[in-house]
Design a binder for this molecule. Structure first.
Ligand SMILES: NC(=O)c1ccc[n+]([C@@H]2O[C@H](COP(=O)([O-])OP(=O)(O)OC[C@H]3O[C@@H](n4cnc5c(N)ncnc54)[C@H](OP(=O)(O)O)[C@@H]3O)[C@@H](O)[C@H]2O)c1
Length: 253
């Protein structure tokens, strides 16, 4: 893979699971990372785990909710004032609030769409001016294998619909921003054991066994991070509007 010089990277929801893997991977690649989540305890725990990176300025952490316009403005201002540009935006923060196809509440639907679909649009819009200051700007959206088929293993209709919307948003933004040199892509993981699953190891085991066609192996956050690093790299300079499945064959059905 082509080496990259130090970039400014903003990752939403980097305090847990896949996002924490992304934070580590970009820091190890020599980039400056800004990340955030709502829970101050998770933010403090990540700061402690990554103390050296925080001390060197390679990692900056904020507490905030990506669905709040005030917080998004604060985030954009922070990066504008400290870095003067943004090279990579990873819209990773996501929630799955409930299971049950038709039993989900409208309130759960609204929140899911706010976090998983509207916030990636709003953050991209908010960062546009700073992305345009970059020599190689990239936006990467964290989709899911659930976006592509109505798998019975994911019974949250709002989650699947939000991720399907995110994949179309990825294509629309790639079209809209291509003329400005901004690439927009998505990554769609299969099942990755993370706090999002709330410790449902049995469900993960059965899902992995049935759906991960590639030797029924589990997917780790580092597998997702490799794909994101590739899409963010110069090696992917002609790739935009794409969705890269990192699902061990899950979406094959
Ligand atoms: N795990 C899987 O099997 C899997 C598969 C396919 C796709 N994905 C996608 O991958 C992404 C990461 O999932 P994960 O499994 O790593 O989940 P996770 O461990 O629950 O992490 C989610 C992250 O997003 C943050 N977050 C959630 N809502 C937020 C909000 N309103 N504002 C700011 N931050 C918020 C969380 O921090 P706070 O809670 O403190 O806010 C946390 O840092 C999600 O988009 C998810 O849909 C996951």
């Amino acid at each position: 893979m082509t080496a990259t010089t130090s970039r400014t990277v903003c990752i939403s929801g980097g305090t847990s699971g896949i996002g924490a893997g992304l934070v580590g991977a970009f820091i190890e690649a020599g980039d400056r990372v800004v990340t955030f989540g709502r829970d101050p305890e998770k933010v403090a725990a990540l700061a402690q785990r990554r103390g050296q990176a925080v001390a060197s300025g390679a990692l900056r952490l904020l507490v905030g909710d990506v669905t709040h316009a005030d917080f998004r403005e604060q985030l954009v201002a922070e990066i504008r004032d400290r870095d003067g540009r943004l090279d990579v935006l990873v819209n990773n923060a996501g929630v799955i609030l409930s299971q049950g196809d038709i039993e989900e509440t409208v309130e759960a639907w609204r929140t899911t769409l706010e976090v998983n679909l509207i916030a990636p649009f709003a953050l991209t819009q908010g960062f546009l001016g700073l992305l345009e200051q970059s020599a190689a700007p990239v936006v990467i959206n964290m989709s899911s294998a659930c976006a592509q088929h109505p798998f019975e293993t994911c019974t949250s209709t709002s989650y699947s619909a939000s991720k399907a919307g995110l994949e179309m948003l990825t294509q629309r933004l790639a079209m809209a921003l291509g003329g400005r040199g901004i690439r927009v892509n998505a990554v769609a993981p299969g099942v990755v054991e993370s706090p999002m699953w709330g410790g449902a190891s049995d469900l993960i085991d059965s899902t992995v066994k049935r759906r991960h066609r590639l030797r029924q192996e589990a997917i780790e956050p580092c597998d997702v991070a490799r794909a994101v690093l590739f899409l963010a790299s110069e090696d992917a300079r002609r790739i935009t509007g794409a969705c890269l499945n990192v699902d061990a064959g899950y979406a094959l059905g």
